[in-house]
Write a protein that binds this ligand. Sequence first.
Ligand code: H79
Length: 465
Amino acid sequence: MRRIIVMVALLCAFVAGAAETPSIPAETKEQPFDKAQGEKDARMKWFREARFGLFIHWGVYSVPAGEWKDKKDYGEWFLEQTKMPVSEYKKFAKEFNPVKFDAKEWVRIAKDAGMKYIVITSKHHDGFGMFRSDMTDWCIKSTPFQRDPLKELADACKDAGIKFCFYHSIMDWHHPDWGQLRKWNDLAKGEPNMDRYTEYMKGQLKELLTRYGPIGIVWFDGEWEKPWTHERGVDLYNYCRSLQPDTIVNNRVGKGRAGMSGMDKDKGVGDYGTPEQEIPPTGFGAGVDWESCMTMNGHWGYNKYDQKWKSTETLVRNLIDCASKGGNYLLNVGPTSEGLIPSPSIERLAEMGKWMKVNGESIYGTQASPFVKTPWGRCTRKAINSRKTKIYLHVYNWPADGKLVIPGLKNKVKRASLLADGKALKVKAEDSSISITVPSEMPDKIATVIVLDVKGEPRVVVNNP
Ligand code: H79
């Protein structure tokens, strides 16, 4: 069923003609009530409303901070890329002592940015556990730090009303039983055994899903190597939900992911699609959940040389772009080995928060744009009740003549206003378009949001120019 939905959605996306089209209309077909779908809708509710989350890539790779010998471009893939013997890599754990880590402060930074959930690496591909695990010493217990950062974050999230989630790598370069054993894993003896490995991973997941309170999402990754199979994915999905029935599991638990575009091509498992470092050219229609994860510079894990930061304008517009297509934006930070989020990240998150404080209503709990094309920017919408819809126009290109034209909208517009100050704007219905008189200066250079109050469901002429 899911496979069919995704295929149809992809076909629609293809027909709609990728690059310029911000979204395809969300089709709502009358269907008999489906119990499994109803259960999923209830479980996904917070995720669909949240729209914005913080990704945190933190591990012992933050000690070398991206540099080794004559290269300065490493991140969380340090171990695989340098091919350092695992026995040598272990020294970074001994040097990992993030005494400046302050869970409450990290959660405050996320919350003030307008984020509703935090996904942190409990274990990345190097296998190192950022929590106190009873299953292995290759975890925070072997560092001078000794504290449990995940526990501290889980508690701080609970206090702040933020959903706490973790990223857990399936691939493990350290564990001797991961089926694709690295030559430079000098500590591994004997033949790898995937059944044993799966038991180990389940043991850690049991710790994570029973000791840290309610977990919003289990965010798997590293599923693409051969030893991982569809059957193991199905089993792991069921295992996570047997421990916490309400938890959401991403599609990287299984083998269905179509590369970096992140949606299922076939044999999908998991609750939602995970585009990585890209935002899909169009949405996928109602009922297909997804979240684009992206870095703020060019790395996930901390790299002290990478100062190629995206602008606040780009970051806010990426968030809007995701929302306008019915998806979430999971924005990454890579903290240092001292336990600090880099200040350029903090500054940008604070600026995003300023925009969200004024305009958050146009993001949270919204649905994809009803328009095929919006040349002036992006659009989201929210059904207020069966008779009322709010349409949010996110304007990037301010009209030079002071008239913003919305072609193809058939509904009667009861009111148009600036979201920032609620001031009414003059609306004129023309033949097949609506024209709004706007201030001559663009009030918010990042994106100015105009709200249209319309009667009923949005009705848009398809193929509007
Ligand atoms: O944790 C961050 C990265 O370390 C991790 N995912 C984000 C969230 C990541 N792993 N790999 N990559 C990023 C890039 C890898 C891409 C490839 Fe493949 C792996 C190319 C071929 C195998 C996955 C499977 C993408 C295409 C096919």
